[in-house]
Design a protein around this ligand. Structure first.
Ligand code: F0G
Length: 443
């Protein structure tokens, strides 16, 4: 699908940004020139996927597209049960509700906003067990998604009850950073000794497989598909947002190997999502996702996808712009702390930088710092994450390298006038996942 994009003037962008309360989530997409807000649901579908849409079996129960999806998930991810959901957070909700009891602790390799929300909503406390390097944007560690075995063991030994370990591949909030096969194997061994299952956030697990292929010893000659299967084999189930790796605009699933848990999940999916053979998706959506999964595990696709992200990242580095290294799988992350060295975190530097980028050339990006981190449920104080980042997220199969050049030039222009902005003040704060709808004004 080819979509037109619109150029705007500086004056138009100023008006649009004010109307949006300096929050890029509140801009209208027609006022955006190059949209790097997210890679979620924004990828372009292939001819084969569009053809699949025409073959939607819209029966209420037992649609043949459900069975195609089940086959694709089984073939490439290997799990026994598939419970479709409308998107990733639908699966997170069900998993959290069936596995967590109040007072539990759920360890994870950093957090994702909706994932942690659902864990806390079910009564759990989240414990970060990612390696320290992940919190340092300048550390060149090749697998910053790895779990610190010492930190994990401490949680397993001291927490009252750990229902499961949540492993994200890749780690979005750390900068799209992968976890190594070696680390996951060791984690599996440790968790098995404590009788704790591992649930993966598989949202970008194929991108993770690509990094294992290109960075980890012994995997260069294996295909992404083979690596993905091995990776999943060390886990007991997954939540999935099909809107990323699986190349669709909407959809997700929950996979489980345990029969009893799957039965519980199937009981819940009918309350919140839809029947267990569609989970909130139309038949045609399930067909597009089944085909998207097939395409996503192709090595040539991944080479082009991750290669484009690297292209932008390396261009920005060559201009001396502070970015998180190594460059991640789905996005380049600007380090707002180094962009605005004097600006206190209370003035929301990453939110400011995202607004500045929109003003300069109409490029839309996302804050991933103190606003996204939210407040501590007990103390009511801001969480102050070490990482104060802005994410330039690349949709799959949408933009050309020329678009990336425009983005890089705009980032450089904003970097050159970095002494001007003083930061933002929050004027409206929603109760949940505040970054989506919060409003700001310049200081
Ligand atoms: N897990 C990860 C790692 C994600 O990145 C997302 C969504 C989800 C779970 C939730 O999935 O959106 O389908 O409900 N990330 C989007 C983003 C919103 O922009 O990174 P969902």
């Amino acid at each position: 699908m080819v979509e037109p994009i619109k150029k705007t003037t500086q004056a138009q962008r100023e008006t649009a940004l004010r109307a949006a309360g300096f929050n890029t989530f509140l801009l209208r997409s027609e006022d955006v020139y190059i949209d790097l807000l997210t890679d979620s649901g924004t990828s372009a579908m292939s001819d084969w996927q569009w053809a699949g849409l025409m073959l939607g079996d819209e029966a209420y129960a037992g649609s043949k597209n459900f069975y195609h999806l089940e086959e694709a998930v089984h073939k490439h991810y290997g799990y026994k049960h598939l419970i479709p959901t409308h998107q990733g957070r639908g699966a997170e909700h069900i998993l959290s509700q069936i596995m967590i009891s109040p007072g539990d602790t759920v360890p994870g390799n950093m957090y994702f906003t909706t994932t942690r929300y659902h864990q806390e909503h079910a009564g759990a406390q989240f414990a970060d067990v990612i390696i320290d390097e992940a919190h340092d944007p300048t550390s060149p560690h090749l697998f910053k998604g790895d779990i610190d075995l010492g930190k994990l063991e401490r949680v397993l030994k001291t927490a009252k009850h750990v229902p499961y370990l949540c492993v994200a591949a890749t780690v979005n909030m750390a900068g799209g950073q992968p976890i190594s096969m070696k680390n996951l194997k060791a984690v599996r061994e440790l968790c098995s000794r404590h009788g704790v299952p591992i649930m993966m956030d598989a949202t970008r697990a194929v991108e993770n497989a690509w990094f294992i292929k290109t960075r980890e010893a012994g995997y260069a000659d294996k295909s992404c598909a083979e690596i993905l299967r091995e990776f999943c084999s060390y886990t007991d189930g997954c939540t999935m947002s099909g809107k990323k790796d699986a190349l669709v605009n909407i959809g997700g699933w929950l996979s489980l190997n345990d029969d009893k848990l799957a039965e519980k999940a199937r009981n819940m999916v009918v309350i919140y999502e839809g029947l267990h053979t569609y989970g909130g998706m139309a038949g045609r959506d399930m067909e597009a996702m089944a085909r998207g999964i097939e395409e996503s595990v192709q090595d040539e696709h991944m080479r082009a996808r991750v290669g484009q992200v690297e292209y932008l990242g390396e261009l920005l580095q060559s201009y001396g712009v502070p970015v998180v290294v190594p460059i991640g799988g789905h996005a380049v992350y600007l380090d707002a702390r180094r962009f605005y060295p004097g600006m206190p975190q209370d003035n929301f530097p990453a939110q400011m930088l995202a607004a500045e980028l929109y003003l300069d050339a109409g490029v839309r990006v996302m804050e991933r710092g103190v606003v996204s981190a939210g407040r501590d449920a007990k103390t009511g104080k801001h969480h102050y994450p070490k990482l104060e980042l802005v994410r330039l997220t690349i949709p799959r199969r949408v933009y050309t390298q020329a678009h990336m050049d425009v983005v890089a030039e705009s980032v450089v222009a904003v970097h050159d006038r970095a002494e001007k902005p003083k930061g933002l003040r929050m004027t409206y704060e929603p109760e949940y996942l505040r970054f989506f709808q919060a409003r700001f004004e310049p200081i």
